[in-house]
Design a protein. Structure first.
Length: 240
């Protein structure tokens, strides 16, 4: 995952970079989520042929600072693609660890992401779009990611200069936006980042995966952020 959950996937980098930015603080900020007008959930259409998306096209469909409420700033620090912060001794967690340490969605043909912060203590909100060429591939990866989360109950996060934190893994109710949304949460249960939470959702807009992650939030940001991300992607991207 680059800095956003550039899908099931920018997770690792997104979380690691955001943790570093937090300076070790577990306190949650009160900054609000992106403002958006409620819209009903939609079902992805099935493309008749693979669709080619460019990074430039995806960038236009990605939320930008102007789409967020006042008080947020864009964090432009680049993720370290060689970093592998997540690990687990359990073979059942092999796939999830692979996804969490990735910098983009497996099989993605184009990937873009942005991270925004509401203050020094957060929340940090990651947005990512990945072109998978077909709605079927979006659904397959979403299902694979969900299975990986459901198969693994705990991973270890290692942060430079702060040691290792045991992170509980659990599925949570997903915001009902996009096609087959799936959400999960990582919670620090022991170690230097104990109590820190990262919630993420993976959903689809036709042949594109939309990923959203919230670190150090108040528990209300994920729904509004997902709605905003899906609404813009659906509005800007041409139907597959």
């Amino acid at each position: 995952m680059t800095r956003s959950l550039s899908v099931p996937l920018a997770l690792a980098a997104a979380l690691t970079l955001s943790l570093a930015a937090c300076g070790g603080e577990d306190e949650k900020a009160a900054a609000g989520p992106p403002a958006t007008t409620p819209t009903p959930s939609a079902t992805a259409s099935t493309p008749v042929a693979p669709v080619t998306r460019t990074s430039a096209e995806l960038t236009k469909a990605l939320l930008e600072l102007a789409d967020l409420p006042s008080g947020f700033t864009e964090d432009k620090e680049e993720a370290d693609e060689d970093s592998k912060p997540f690990s687990s001794p359990s073979s059942r967690c092999k796939t999830l660890v692979k996804y969490l340490n990735a910098t983009k969605a497996p099989g993605s043909k184009a990937s873009v992401a942005r991270t925004f912060t509401g203050g020094q203590e957060g929340p940090y909100i990651d947005f990512g779009l990945d072109s998978m060429t077909t709605a079927e591939k979006v659904a397959d990866l979403r299902d694979s990611y969900a299975e990986a989360v459901e198969s693994c109950t705990k991973v270890t996060l290692k942060t430079d200069g702060a040691g290792s934190t045991s992170m509980k893994v659990e599925t949570i109710t997903a915001p009902e936006y996009g096609a087959k949304p799936f959400a999960f949460r990582l919670t620090g249960t022991s170690g230097p980042k104990r109590g820190l939470e990262y919630a993420a959702v993976v959903t689809g807009v036709d042949d594109v995966i939309v990923s959203v992650g919230v670190l150090a939030g108040q528990g209300t940001e994920l729904d509004a952020a997902t709605e905003a991300a899906v609404t813009k992607a659906r509005h800007v991207l041409q139907p597959a």
